[in-house]
Design a protein around this ligand. Structure first.
Ligand SMILES: [Fe+2]
Length: 600
């Protein structure tokens, strides 16, 4: 591949696949055009398959054929990853005999032969296929999309090829070439992400999906087990850490992440099929475990980012990797590391690596001039309101088409009356969180509303909080945002205290420890939702809404209007909006019994 193609318009497709959350992203002339996770199209949550549908949609959306692509970039070096898997399996032999066939099957079948799979799938020459390192992709997704010219970078996840955490810095000089220097890395099996995932498994949640449940549960516990967790992770003199692998088995087993010694230390693991009862000693033990590993994760990240701040002397930090989804840790990093601003992209996890890999190839490998990347998460398929109009009409529901001001007033009235609103708008979010385009909205005032949404719509554990959304100019009034907090709140990447005087009137979104993972909405990012917040504020005096992703448990966030409609029909959502179409259910609404007390 010719590396000296500067200033030529290039079309680069980035792909992440075969672990979890496959995705594709397309950049043309240095600017992202579109990006989508495979799960949004295949409708299989956390779909890890080769993202055939995502690739097809990206190419269709941009009007390109595979031949038009200058490069296709895979988000990690599959041969290195295979080497790590093989190495770990052999080193642990004979203990590893069970995981070995599993590793071979996964790796030989897909991970290693990625170049061939991509070439044959797209019908492009193998020379057009490039590979970035996994953490280069994370770093690029975090730094090259951030509104910062120079920043320190920290990436942390479970594991890529070998690296599990990297530190470095990046530069995007005006009119110059961007650079990313990852200076040091921590290698498998020593991994903050795997430490957290091990507790995720121990606490009976699905690894790679249930980590945010651990964070939610942590707020119900006390960090009484910190000393025990610290036996698992030792800080090293050079500022890194090492795990005591006697407590873990993930390094040699595909099915079990913690060892019998771990169980001796912390007690029997939770049965995933039994609900957590926080009123029992056993339930509290699990909450304390969650609080303890959460505390150790935070402390470790704060120490490492503090050292990185001292080393780089830079005011900005970009965080990437799945660990950057931990909003409690992010808020502590902002408060305690010395960095003035902390940037977390909307998709810091592996899906975001598709975009990161494409950007890395464009800026670093091909040396194309740097470009500012639009600072929003809306890169996916757009909602088609005509589909909703037709489906809801044929189904005999109440359907209206309303001009914007009427539509917003109507939705605000419904929310004020206690209805739950499904809100679809424009392009789907890229990343795990709904940020205003595929959202379920409701009044944030009463715990009854929280329980109702848990019971009728999300079908999820009661210990998990819902998040609020509010306009940037109102955020300080309701939430204790430190300097830089609003930026973390842009993509819901930070957890902050709800001001004590508002907690009672924001009961549906205030977590048990008085915090909330607030989205701080800048008007230009989602103008209609912003206008809806204003309209709701005019009715209640509180321009804050409960805001959760538009999906039911076990399903991906809805993408198309029809998926939104199907979800609306199957659960307790009262009103569905895809501008200019508004659908309400025929028959008595179950919402009306819920009256909020915002103005009380
Ligand atoms: Fe990763």
């Amino acid at each position: 591949m010719n590396r000296s193609r500067a200033n030529i318009e290039m079309k680069i497709l980035g792909i992440s696949a075969h672990y979890h959350d496959s995705a594709a992203a397309l950049i043309c002339d240095g600017v992202p055009v579109c990006a989508v996770q495979e799960e949004r199209l295949s409708r299989r949550k956390n779909d890890a398959a080769f993202p055939a549908a995502a690739i097809e949609w990206c190419l269709d959306h941009a009007g390109l054929s595979p031949d038009d692509l200058d490069a296709v970039v895979f988000y990690e070096r599959s041969m290195l990853k295979f080497e790590r898997i093989l190495n770990s399996a052999l080193r642990a032999f004979p203990k590893s005999w069970r995981s070995f066939p599993h590793a071979m099957k996964n790796s030989l079948g897909e991970k290693v032969w990625v170049r061939g799979i991509i070439a044959s799938h797209l019908g492009i020459p193998r020379r057009k296929i490039l590979f970035t390192r996994h953490h280069q992709s994370h770093a690029a997704a975090a730094f090259l999309t951030a509104p910062s010219r120079r920043a320190a970078i920290l990436t942390a996840d479970g594991v890529g090829e070998w690296a599990t955490l990297t530190v470095g810095h990046g530069e995007r000089p005006a009119n110059g070439r961007a650079s990313i220097s990852l200076l040091r890395e921590i290698r498998f099996p020593h991994s903050l992400g795997m430490l957290y995932s091990t507790f995720t498994a121990y606490l009976g949640f699905a690894v790679n999906e249930g980590e945010y449940k651990v964070m939610g549960l942590a707020a119900h516990g006390r960090p009484t087990q910190v000393d025990r967790v610290r036996r698992l992770i030792r800080r090293t003199a050079d500022g890194a850490f090492a795990l005591d692998m006697d407590y873990f088995e993930y390094q040699s087993s595909a099915s079990r992440s913690y060892s019998s010694r771990f169980v001796q230390l912390f007690g029997p693991p939770r049965n995933a099929y039994e609900p957590i009862d926080l009123d029992t000693a056993e339930g509290q033990r699990f909450a304390d475990c969650a609080a303890s590993v959460q505390r150790v994760l935070e402390d470790t990240l704060v120490d490492m980012t503090r050292a990185l701040h001292r080393e780089t002397g830079l005011p900005d930090l970009c965080l990437g990797g799945g660990v950057a989804l931990n909003g409690v840790a992010n808020a502590r990093i902002l408060a305690e590391s010395g960095f003035e601003r902390v940037f977390v992209p909307p998709a810091p996890g592996d899906a975001g690596c598709a975009l990161g890999a494409a950007l890395y190839a464009d800026r670093i490998y091909f040396g194309q001039p740097d470009r500012d990347v639009q600072d929003h998460p809306f890169w996916g398929p757009s909602v088609n309101s005509k589909d909703l109009l037709r489906a809801a009409g044929e189904d005999g529901q109440n359907v209206e088409e309303l001009a914007d001001p009427q539509l917003i007033d109507r939705a605000a009235d419904e929310l004020h009356a206690g209805s739950v609103v499904g809100w679809m708008e424009g392009a789907c979010e890229f990343g795990p969180r709904a940020l205003g385009h595929r959202s379920i909205l409701a009044a944030p005032h009463s715990s009854e509303m929280r329980d109702r949404i848990n019971r009728d719509i999300k079908y999820r554990e009661e210990f998990r909080p819902f998040a609020p959304v509010t306009n940037a100019e109102s955020a300080d009034r309701y939430f204790e945002l430190p300097p830089g907090g609003a930026r973390l709140g842009r993509f819901m990447s930070g957890v902050f205290p709800v001001r004590p005087e508002w907690r009672k009137r924001l009961a549906a979104i205030t977590h048990v420890n008085g915090t909330a993972r607030v989205q701080v909405l800048e008007r230009e990012m989602a103008p209609r939702l912003s206008a809806l917040l204003d309209a709701y504020g005019r009715r209640t005096g509180i321009p804050v809404l409960l805001h959760t992703s538009f999906n039911v448990a076990g399903e991906p966030i809805v993408c198309s209007a029809l998926e939104g409609y199907s979800t609306f029909r199957r659960c307790g959502i009262d009103m569905l909006v895809a501008t200019p179409v508004v659908v309400t259910k025929r028959g008595p609404s179950i919402a009306k019994s819920v009256k909020e007390e915002a103005t009380a």
